[in-house]
Design a protein around this ligand. Structure first.
Ligand SMILES: [Zn+2]
Length: 401
């Protein structure tokens, strides 16, 4: 399975590197040849395994208990572990996760990008504890957090998730498995061809590459759905693991299915993709809400100044990670508002954000998953007409039905 993912990434590479923004026009072939699949997602994670702010924190172990390249696991509290991915070295896990070990039970976090990724985390758990696993939890439905669910299914592990997660996995990825690839990707190819500027073409081309990657990963996976739906109306929910209490909460922002796991007694939070560390926000989801997300981040910022955050992607961070992420939203808003006031249409503005010097080390996953929909969603919230080039609908709309 990993091989097939590897091959698909090799064949249709869509790594997005900001340095290419200002590079001369390139052929698709050369772009594919020189970038690595999902590489940009993790440029930061590779460089800073642990930010300086947490280097002296006694909760956080300085060396991981296991490091397989594609992911490492380190202690972030009493009975608390974080799994941090680095897809530049393999696509098994793709996202971050972790596990909470009480006296009576363990909660595993994330289904990861493949069953092999979930199995890796289980092996890491067994290096430190033999306590039975009470359940696993997908923080949301996205492929990189749910394609390994089959591992839990095969082990009979109860799988928790937001009540809409199963439905959205079926709608998004079940539909992809039944779709004709050429037909599904045709609108994205057309968008690339119809691009009016070189910059727009580059963004559309990256988008096409990434959706193709996702298509291939999804089609190489036997989907497995969470069987313990969490009704957000009934949250917060406490999970007693024996001397360790996890609190499950839901917040708006990234996917409409976002769940976080908090351990208030230790000020440790597993945020899923409501927080990225060292990356621009990924706002492509039809149910992503910029204002809702920023409100959620305001809540995160109000928590204890010593909170340790295990983000959905990027290294473990403290409140400085939340502050940076909020500042990125502010910066996009500042530039978008100027364009909005100047009458630049949303679809055009979506390509025109310029990364300021101070954020040059912040990674962008794929422009059309990240910057572009953040801008068009801001425009929509300001009451602008979206026009015909709605970026958000370019993502999966074509393969959903
Ligand atoms: Zn996500």
């Amino acid at each position: 399975m990993i091989d097939s993912i590897g091959k698909s990434c090799e064949a249709v590479d869509a790594g997005s590197e900001r340095s290419l923004v200002n590079s001369p026009p390139f052929s698709r072939r050369s772009f594919l040849a020189k970038t690595s699949c999902f590489g940009a997602f993790y440029a930061i994670a590779r460089m800073i395994p642990l930010p300086a702010e947490l280097a002296g924190d006694s909760r956080v172990s300085q060396t991981p208990i296991v490091d397989k390249g594609f992911a490492s696991v380190r202690r972030v509290g009493e009975g608390l572990y974080a799994t941090i991915s680095d897809p530049s070295k393999g696509f098994q896990t793709l996202c971050n996760g972790g596990f909470l070990v009480g006296k009576d039970g363990v909660l595993m976090i994330e289904g990861f990008g493949s069953a092999a990724g979930a199995a890796f985390q289980m092996d890491a758990l067994r290096m430190v504890s033999q306590v039975p696993v009470k359940g696993a939890l997908d923080t949301h439905y996205h492929f990189d957090h749910s394609m390994g669910n089959g591992f839990y299914a095969g082990n009979g592990t109860p799988l928790w998730a937001h009540a809409n997660t199963a439905k959205r996995i079926v709608e998004s990825y079940g539909a992809m498995q039944g779709a004709d690839k050429a037909v599904a990707l045709a609108p994205l190819e057309k968008a690339t061809k119809d691009s009016k500027t070189e910059l727009a073409r580059k963004h559309r081309d990256e988008n096409l590459g990434m959706v193709t990657n996702i298509f291939n990963i999804v089609n190489g996976t036997v989907l497995a759905l969470p069987n313990h739906p969490i009704d957000p109306a009934k949250l917060p929910m406490k999970m007693d693991l024996g001397g360790l209490t996890a609190v499950i909460e839901s917040y708006p922002g990234h996917s409409g299915t976002d769940i976080i796991v908090r351990v208030p007694e230790q000020n440790v939070v597993y945020t899923g993709d409501l927080l990225f560390s060292g990356l621009y926000p990924v706002c492509f989801d039809t149910q992503a809400t910029v204002s809702g997300w920023r409100q959620t981040l305001k809540t995160f910022a109000s928590w204890d100044k010593d909170t340790v955050f295990v983000p959905g992607h990027g290294p473990v961070c403290g409140q400085e990670g939340v502050a940076l992420f909020r500042a990125l939203f502010d910066d996009i808003e500042g530039q978008a508002q100027k364009m909005y006031k100047a009458g630049v249409p949303a679809a055009e503005a979506a390509d025109l954000y310029v990364v300021p010097e101070k954020y040059k080390n912040v990674s962008i996953f794929v422009w059309d998953f990240s910057i572009a929909p953040t801008i068009t969603k801001m425009y929509a919230e300001w009451g602008a007409k979206q026009g015909s080039g709605d970026v958000a609908s370019r993502q999966f709309g074509s393969v959903r039905r």
